[in-house]
Design a binder for this molecule. Structure first.
Ligand code: OOB
Length: 549
């Protein structure tokens, strides 16, 4: 039987230590050190609160003790389902310090996804917020307790109401008076579980160690020029790997900089904060960049403190990339990364041509990048192929998931990213597309298979195929082809069906097309993958006709 976590072979681990990549640091100890060096400096600003490093450190301590006093033991998994509020930071550092593993869920996730994480992650606790963005997370918590009784504890940030759940405030207060002494985990231990975009079916869990993740923070800080004077804004959901660690809010805290949390990435929420806090760095997905570029032309808010805008998560077109410097007077940095590991950056002093036309090059000299054809043979330099990678911070396997590991990793430990890229001289990568069927909707990854499974569960659906369609604003949008069973359902009813199945709103198909049947060859002889390709081609043809007409 495979172990739940695949680790690096001893000789590689030895090499990464010898080269000074892995330095034996842990998150809990890093925060302790920053708080000792400059206790008064502001670490986190958001939700009407300003916490110094000293205060954050003290809160993390209290939360660690409070959690252990609930009966949780080091190694236990705890789902963290929080929006961009300062408690996100105190809770995860409390967990790190107690040796408990946060499992990060996005605020958009709903009961079906959370129950899946709880089940596959074997989570014992769930930390959430009372209400946010018109959604009652306590209701979700109650349903979760029923569906996954292994989740013994619920901790609510804010008001627990009549639920009987504990609150973070109470847990922290109890922790402050507790004599429990948390034991710092080993730096080679898994620090947390990140979730995968889920190209085949349901999301998989990604185990990241302190050593490997902190290495990416240190190097990202250097590459992206972070100093103590950096004021980094987390505008995207901070549970996502990009604003978390590339260099993200964790990279900012690692150098003793300031993190400003925006409740939403909209210009209405973010611009006043940029002005008030003197934000100089932010990370965005391409559609948001477009919105920011437009809004910046007429905003009354002063944005002159901004120095770097990072863009990643989905492909940025050169046309839009080219507008960034003239419009906002900032340096653009392209970021091509994945929660499984590998992160590429354009460098701040790269020529404009590289910044505009490439997705950067890897962080580490020891990031091994292979570009191969479908048979696994290397393609000639400059030709597109499948990107495989391994290195000092790319995982060697998903958490507790042997069948996904057999598909996604080669025998010699390379991760099959599913991305089609080409490599330019100097190691710069240009993303060309995806080999597998997921939809990258404004940076949110949607598995076609997952949505199809939910659609065919509808009584009036005989068959369904979900494909990506190019979209001017979102980059890609989702289109569901439906073969009805009996009376044709209404498109709105199908969308409502997906919501009622307890899925994140971004997974609701943007477009629904009814067809009488999938071509008979398709239904019987070809794979889902080929069927989706055929349908995508049909749509392209249709769209071309429409634009010509
Ligand atoms: C980031 O992480 P994930 O895990 O949500 O998604 C990874 C996938 C990549 O495999 C690629 O398909 C796509 O997202 N992607 C890009 C891209 N950045 C990510 N595709 C084209 N151009 C880019 N710049 O999305 C992520 C993690 C860390 C840093 C940045 C992004």
């Amino acid at each position: 039987m495979e172990k739940p976590v695949q680790t690096w072979p001893a000789e590689l681990a030895e090499r990464y230590r010898a080269k000074g990549y892995w330095r034996g640091e842990t998150f809990g100890a890093v925060l302790r050190e920053r708080a000792r060096l400059h206790p008064e400096r502001i670490a986190v600003v958001g939700g009407g609160q300003r916490w110094s490093y000293g205060e954050l450190d003290a809160r993390a301590d209290a939360i660690a003790r409070g959690l252990l006093d609930l009966g949780l033991v080091p190694g236990d998994r705890v789902i963290v389902h929080l929006p961009n509020i300062p408690e996100f930071v105190s809770v995860i550092f409390g967990l790190f310090r107690a040796g408990l593993l946060p499992l990060y869920a996005l605020p958009a996730h709903r009961i079906t996804e959370i129950a899946h994480f709880a089940g596959t992650g074997g989570a014992r606790a769930y930390v959430t917020v009372d209400r946010y963005d018109n959604f009652d997370y306590r209701g979700l918590a109650a349903e979760l307790r029923e569906r996954e009784p292994g989740v013994e504890h619920v901790v609510v940030v804010g008001d627990a109401g009549e639920t009987g759940f504990g609150t973070l405030a109470a847990l922290e207060a109890a922790g402050r008076d507790s004599a429990t002494q948390p034991v710092e985990p080993a730096s080679s231990d898994v620090a947390f579980l990140q979730i995968s975009g889920g190209s085949t079916g349901l999301s998989k869990l990604i185990p990241r160690t302190h050593d490997a993740y902190i290495y990416t923070l240190r190097e990202s800080d250097r590459i992206c020029g972070l100093t103590e004077d950096t004021v980094f804004m987390a505008a995207l959901p901070m549970a996502h790997n990009f604003p978390m660690s590339s260099p993200g809010f964790l990279g900012a805290l690692y150098v003793g900089a300031r993190v400003v949390l925006s409740a939403s990435p909209s210009p209405e929420a973010a611009f006043p904060l940029i002005e008030r806090e003197g934000v100089n760095m932010v990370s965005l997905v391409p559609p948001l960049l477009l919105v920011w570029l437009e809004a910046s032309k007429s905003t009354p808010h002063k944005l002159h403190t901004l120095r770097t805008i990072q863009v990643g998560g989905a492909k940025l077109t050169p046309e839009i990339a080219r507008r960034v410097r003239p419009t906002l007077g900032v340096t653009l940095q392209q970021v091509f990364g994945m929660a499984e590991g590998l992160v590429n950056y354009t460098r701040l002093d790269d020529p404009e041509d590289i910044i505009v036309n490439t997705q950067g090059r890897p962080i580490s000299p020891d990031d091994e990048v292979l570009i191969v054809d479908d048979q696994g043979n290397p393609v000639p330099e400059g030709e597109p192929g499948n990107l495989l990678t391994r290195g000092p911070y790319t995982i060697l396997g998903y958490y507790n998931n042997p069948s996904a590991n057999a598909r996604s990793f080669t025998e010699d430990g390379y991760y099959r990213t599913g991305d089609i890229v080409k490599r330019l001289p100097g190691g710069y990568l240009v993303v060309q597309g995806r080999a597998n069927d997921h939809i990258n909707r404004a940076g949110e990854k949607i598995s076609a298979e997952e949505i199809e499974d939910h659609l065919v569960a509808h009584p009036q659906v005989f068959d369904a195929a979900v494909v990506s369609v190019p979209d001017e604003y979102l980059g890609e949008r989702s289109c569901a082809f439906i073969v009805p069973k009996g009376e044709k359902p209404r498109a709105v009813a199908l969308k409502q069906w997906i919501r009622s199945r307890g899925l994140a709103e971004f997974k609701v198909p943007d477009q629904i097309v009814f067809v009488d049947a999938f071509s008979s060859t398709a239904a019987l002889k070809i794979s889902r993958k080929e069927l989706r390709a055929q349908l995508r081609a049909q749509l392209d043809e249709q769209n071309n006709k429409d634009t010509q007409a």
